[in-house]
Design a protein around this ligand. Structure first.
Ligand SMILES: [Zn+2]
Length: 139
């Protein structure tokens, strides 16, 4: 079994991880931006929010909504160094290597590809919209 199949099989047994799905707006955002752009965003988030030996606010640095990559991170246990240590055996208190960062981006993209094979969820009335480009530029 490949490493990624093994990981996704373990994730499939976690009711907490299985709760996460793209919302209407996040799904639309993914479809509109395409895989290359989303992958670049994922690489930026991983570098900026996770790669330091002691990331700021570790455990709280990944919002629960807004960008499809954030949802993918919670779903794949790549949201914080604690989860990366527990699920991916990536040691705490050390900067992430280029290989570790590439693995995390691969995992995020794999989850997003699976998620985009599902039908787009309906828009929820009265709920906050997903981030638009103006808000994203502030991230
Ligand atoms: Zn976490």
């Amino acid at each position: 079994m490949s490493a990624i199949d093994d990981l996704f099989s373990r994730l499939s047994r976690s009711p907490f991880r299985q709760k996460f799905h793209l919302g209407h707006g996040e799904y639309a955002y993914c479809a509109e931006k395409g895989e290359e752009k989303i992958s670049a965003h994922a690489a930026d988030f991983v570098r900026d929010r996770l790669s330091a030996a002691q990331p700021a606010n570790d455990g709280k640095q990944t919002p629960m909504r807004g960008h499809p990559v954030f949802i993918a991170q919670h779903a794949t246990a790549t949201c914080c160094r604690g989860c990366l240590s527990k699920w991916h055996h990536i040691p705490l208190h050390q900067p992430l290597t280029a290989e570790q960062q590439a693995w995390i981006v691969t995992v995020i993209l794999h989850w997003l590809r699976l998620e985009m094979q599902r039908p787009q969820p309906p828009a929820r009335k009265g709920k906050k919209k997903a981030l638009d480009d103006n808000q994203l530029s502030l991230l």
